[in-house]
Design a protein around this ligand. Sequence first.
Ligand code: HEC
Ligand code: HEC
Ligand code: HEC
Length: 394
Amino acid sequence: MKLPFSPERLPVIIGVALALGGAVTVTFLVVIGAVLWNGSIPIKGDDTQQTFHETPDVLAWQQDANGSVSDAATESATSTEVDPFDYASMSGEEIYTSVCSLCHGADGTSNPLNPMIRVPTINNPDALAAASDDFLYHIIAKGRSGTAMAPMEEVLTPAGVQKVVDYIRAWEAKGADPSKASAGLGKALAGREHYRNNCASCHGMIGEGGIGVVLNTPNVLGQVTDHTLADSIINGRAGTAMASWKHLSTQTVNDLLAYLRSWQGDIPVPEADTPKRVVDAKHTQKDAKGNIIYHEISDRSLHVGKAQYERNCLECHGAEGKFPMGDMTHIAPTLNNKEFLEAASDGYLLATIARGREHTPMRAFGVDTPAGKKLGAQSMKDIVAYIRSWEQSE
Ligand code: HEC
Ligand code: HEC
Ligand code: HEC
């Protein structure tokens, strides 16, 4: 059933190949691919028309693309040996592996295809915590215009997109893996409880040390990453009193990290002033009268936000959040992108700015780090207001 070059897969294959050359062409060709596919491509040089299983997904997709069920789909009722790449029968994991892993890596952490194309890590605890299901759904369905991330609604039905979202979401739930631990996801209060019961006897009530080493100095914490701390906790330190705590859930490890980090000064995420931004009929937020809720931007915020953006973000995210057409060497994702701005809520933006993304160049702006001083809550909000203003000028 998994033909390597089945027509339904064509858009993706073309997309991936062309991603190497230019992102805009990709989106274009995916659409062409989808059209070709929909137009029933002859195979094996004979009269046979490639037809399709009439799965609800495929039918829905065809209906969507044509406004009505196409001939090909109707024919399939009588067809005997059709074997398209049938996404409808595939699990989220299978879809991810065949469609997404080429660019996003088997586990969502890398870009195996071409390191010159900057692909954000999807499988990153900070990213997953900040991204709502709506956000993921929207980005996957609509893509990001002007980048290699093509609109997957061209090849996947809504149900297919949802399966991938669920699969990506499940990465969060896997057992304690130090590289995926993050203080940002923990609850410091729960962590304190656990710490007092299990760790304080050696490390002291507030991490001041004892049999175990001192944990509470800003210096120690400032230099040790969440990954390293989690590794010490989960795997222990061989040959010392520090046993391994492999039985702890990821959440408990995160809670412990959050508590340890609280000695360093927590990273507060400013409260967004505005309601969560959402898109799509299904996802759009409306007020009592049914009007779509928009964001208000004060001139002051805009002015200050622009200056702050240019000082802190421009070097990586580009002037006005974008890069010259065809520039694939930029290290950070395009922010000035219609689909991204529609999908990302203010809360998402603020959390990403305040906490950054561990293990990537995107530093936390909510704390002082070796890369620079922290930004105040108002400055972060001003930057978000400035980013929002791009949306209105589209
Ligand atoms: C041809 C390469 C390619 C393929 C195939 C691809 N992506 Fe992407 N994806 C990208 C790039 C490049 C970006 C970043 C775009 C930018 O610069 O804004 C991206 C961005 C994303 C984002 C946003 C991440 C964030 O942190 O904002 C998500 C989510 C995502 N992709 C999911 C998927 C899923 C799920 C699939 C499969 C259905 C997929 N992608 C297939 C290249 C690809
Ligand atoms: C029986 C005593 C004992 C207990 C209980 C204990 N530790 Fe430790 N811990 C140690 C010792 C000793 C070391 C130093 C190991 C070394 O020399 O490398 C250590 C090291 C560490 C480190 C590495 C510090 C660094 O500088 O990298 C962390 C983090 C840590 N412990 C956290 C915890 C947490 C969290 C708990 C509770 C879940 C805990 N420990 C329970 C004795 C203990
Ligand atoms: C040193 C380079 C660098 C600087 C400076 C920087 N960023 Fe980033 N930023 C990145 C990288 C790289 C990523 C992608 C991280 C990943 O792989 O998940 C990112 C991701 C993001 C994202 C998430 C985008 C998405 O697709 O989900 C937002 C929002 C963001 N940055 C905003 C900002 C803002 C606002 C500033 C200034 C206050 C800033 N960044 C400064 C490098 C940078």
